[in-house]
Design a protein around this ligand. Structure first.
Ligand code: BGC
Length: 529
């Protein structure tokens, strides 16, 4: 009885006391993430091959501020001081070499348990499996991994975060061709062989589900394929290509995991998962049609990839709506697919309302429209959460608990990691560094999302880590350097890194000095102006 009373009072008591690092399991990994193209720079150095993003960003008009990732945050030269002299840009910059702090040290000083980064495929295999391994690329990642481990930081490695060797695009059309399965498994096995003695957390892909949509549904990412009404492109078919590309990625993931389990897991003892993108949805109206629409729209996101990897086939709602446009797995493939996953990585940023478009005709959404729904941010003139500087992105921390419980229930208590969650600032020519460094909104955002994450853990979800996106400001894909997610501010002229207030706050929390005041009930409602 006394125990029951205590359990009932627990949320109340803890809200008085505030949330602490010690409220998360002792083995919980607090981290931050980056990806190769977004921070490395050194785009053709030391025999690196061209990636599809190297080519795409060099086409005029593709990137908002006309920039590219040629130098990015120059991480390739700055992860460690003894690597060399810094890029040619850095040599001419006003800050002398002796004044910069190496990235491994930044990660260490924050007190992160783990650092999530990705491998540049074209740095390791400049021409995919059609050429040789580039020793300089392997050396770079070995040195980064050893440097992290030397400071007690666990590497959490994404094998592929968007960028692929351009060779694979030109030879056979990359993700639209089943040949890519062979290229990906070849690359993944090479990574297990070379780095797996030290890397214990592998994610095959970052946001494979979002990527296929950006590439082949909306046509915004290379190779810019789409068709109307979802986008205007020179070529492509939004009704078929995203699902063909996804089919190849799912099989590529399963084959890589199969290889890991057969030849590496016993001696290396690591685990292999996948990171997927997940918006959370609420029904626009409290009617059955919108509740069903939410369930459909959720299934069309991460379950599109996860159902095959757990159960051997796509969600039934996808089959019902897409019919023959959704490829079929053979019986052999279905057997290979089942349970080919050790953990799910969730990248979460947005929450929106969903409206049904089957029973009441409406304009299909350009991201979620294939599920026959439309997204919106407001209901009766009130926004779903506090707006952030990024379009369509609102602060709704309670979604973190809801989506974690969704995965926990659908995938039988599988281990989960929040592999991305973060808050963006937009900088223009008049924004000062001071303004960007004083990022109190980011600290509150992380604090509130972590609070709701802790509720899910308390309810029994097996969540094992949380990674802020991002360790530092970086090349933010289509928006170039205008959108900034970093805990560290990067001055892209001098390449100097400066901790923002959020970095200091997160560090104090991880080290156990800071107590998280509980998030307010739910973010206040915001009137549409
Ligand atoms: C991607 C990151 C990106 C971030 C912010 C995620 O979807 O994985 O590469 O920088 O969102 O847009």
């Amino acid at each position: 009885m006394a125990l029951r009373l205590l359990l009932l009072l627990f949320p109340l008591l803890s809200s008085v006391a505030g949330l602490r690092r010690s409220d998360f399991p002792p083995s919980f990994l607090f981290g931050a993430g980056t990806s190769s193209y977004q921070i490395e720079g050194a785009y053709l150095e030391d025999n690196k091959g061209l990636s599809d993003w190297d080519v795409f960003t060099h086409i005029q008009g593709k990137i908002e501020d006309g920039s590219n990732g040629d130098v990015a945050a120059d991480h390739y030269h700055r992860y460690k001081k003894d690597k060399g002299a810094g890029s040619s840009l850095q040599k001419t910059a006003s800050h002398s070499k002796s004044h910069w702090q190496e990235d491994i040290e930044i990660i260490h000083s924050l007190g992160l348990d783990s650092y999530r980064f990705s491998l540049s495929w074209s740095r390791i295999l400049p021409k995919g499996r059609f050429g040789s391994v580039n020793p300089a690329g392997v050396k770079f990642y070995n040195s980064l991994i050893n440097g992290l481990l030397g400071k007690g930081i666990q590497p959490f490695v994404t094998i592929n975060h968007y960028d692929i060797p351009q060779e694979l695009q030109e030879r056979y059309g990359s993700w639209l061709n089943p040949e890519i399965q062979e290229d990906f498994t070849y690359f993944a096995e090479l990574c297990f062989k070379m780095f797996g003695d030290r890397v214990k957390h592998w994610a095959t892909f970052n946001e494979a589900n979002f990527l296929t949509k950006l590439k082949y549904f909306m046509g915004k990412f290379p190779p810019s394929h789409c068709s109307e009404p979802y986008g205007k492109c020179d070529s492509g078919n939004s009704s078929t290509e995203p699902y063909i590309a996804a089919h190849n990625m799912i099989l590529a993931h399963a084959k890589a995991v199969n290889i890991y389990r057969k030849y590496y897991k016993a001696k290396q003892g690591g685990s292999v998962g996948i990171s997927l993108y997940m918006r959370w949805y609420e029904p626009l109206r409290n009617i059955t049609e919108d509740h069903l629409a939410v369930s459909r729209a959720l299934s069309f996101q991460a379950p599109w990839f996860l159902d095959p990897l757990f159960f051997g086939d796509y969600p039934h709602q996808m089959r019902q709506i897409l019919g023959p446009n959704l490829p079929k797995f053979t019986e052999g493939e279905k057997q290979l697919l089942k349970n080919q996953i050790d953990f799910i990585g969730i990248n979460h940023y947005e929450t929106l309302y969903i409206k049904d478009c089957i029973y009441s005709l409406c304009d299909l959404d350009t991201y979620a429209g294939d599920a026959l729904v439309t997204e919106s941010a407001e209901r009766n003139g009130i926004l779903i959460g506090k707006p952030t500087p990024v379009a369509n992105t609102y602060v709704v921390p309670s979604s973190m608990e809801k989506l974690v419980m969704y995965f926990n229930q659908r995938y039988q208590s599988i281990p989960l990691y929040i592999t991305e969650n973060g808050y963006a600032q937009i900088g223009n020519s008049s924004t000062t560094a001071e303004e960007l460094i004083n990022d109190t909104e980011r600290s509150s955002y992380i604090r509130d999302y972590l609070t709701y994450l802790s509720y899910a853990i308390r309810k029994g979800a097996d969540v094992r880590g949380y990674f802020v996106w991002s360790l530092m400001d970086n090349f933010e894909w289509l928006s170039g350097y205008t959108t900034k997610y970093g805990l560290y501010h990067v001055d892209f002229k001098s390449l100097k890194r400066t901790p923002k207030l959020s970095a200091k706050w997160y560090s104090r929390f991880i080290k156990g000095y800071e107590q998280i005041e509980m998030a307010s009930e739910e973010s206040p409602k915001h009137l549409v102006s």
